[in-house]
Design a protein around this ligand. Sequence first.
Ligand SMILES: [Zn+2]
Ligand SMILES: [Zn+2]
Length: 369
Amino acid sequence: MATLPDRERKALGRRWLLGIVSLFLATLAAFAVLCLHFPHVLTTPELRAVYPMQVVRALIAGGIVLAAALGALAVVLRRGRRLGALGLGLSLAAQLAGGAWVEVETPVARSHHLGLDWLALDLLLLAIVFVPLERAFARLPEQPVFRRGWRTDLAYFFVSHLLVQLLALATVVPAMLLFRWAAWPALKQAIALQPLALQLALAVLAADLASYAAHRAFHAVPWLWRFHAIHHSSAALDWLAGSRLHLVDVVVTRAIAFVPLFLLGFEQAVLAAYLVWVATQATWIHANLGAPTGWLDHVLVTPRFHHWHHAADPAARDKNFAVHFPWIDRLFGTHYLPGAAWPARYGVLEDEPPPGFTAQLWWPFSRRR
Ligand SMILES: [Zn+2]
Ligand SMILES: [Zn+2]
């Protein structure tokens, strides 16, 4: 599918739709059954603690049945036969492996783990919300779901979700080791007394100021740019494109954004709400969504604001670094949002990173040509 033009990719996607949906659901169901079998190594303790298991099991059972039915239909109707057959086979395998009713031995021991449950859950939620939204309010209606580079971005999505434990550790440990001396108990106490909504707004602002600085440094310092150029290498933006971040970029940016959160001492509930906010907004601002956002463009970072950050246009170079509040860029003189226009092209202007997850992983370390 690598060389097909967008129009043909879109037509193929529509023709294979039944098979695609079947294989997608079957894969998620198989992941979920694996999680039931090996919860201590494949699931996230923080999520395990809040799962309504009856609902989760009903979802898995429903997913298996739907995947099998759609797979069979795809084969009969020739709407993505091979994908449908794969979906049917995989859903049967998931069922044979115990399906939704695999017993989980409790308590589940805490251990090193991969976030396979987080991966399946987030992919399902985002796909259900953003794929239809992007179809209904597309900024570029010709851009298919399976546009150029989608497999690369999916690989990033997989890795960053599976490594959730490692990445969380890499985010919080530097602040704890390096900035413990700067913690100011009286300030922490004063903040803890504020209403949760105010704490959340403060947390988002503090994290955005810190990540603004980190993001700007990633653009300004040539060897740091090599890591961040990966994020800018997407020629097509959509809900999945924001996942394309080099692991060094992820760890450094998150660790820096976490420093003020650590110093200001927010409650756990506020930090959890902040994580949901940042994950949702980061997905939204990359999405292929063209509905006018009007005044919101000046209050919150919107798709149009961040799409300009990705523009392959010299006028927009090194602009719009904020992830939450666009007025931070106004404050520091890096704001760029011409009229109601959208960029004509996305990507990097020179020294383009290679395609593919593995090649991109090593590229920043390779010698500059
Ligand atoms: Zn950037
Ligand atoms: Zn971006």
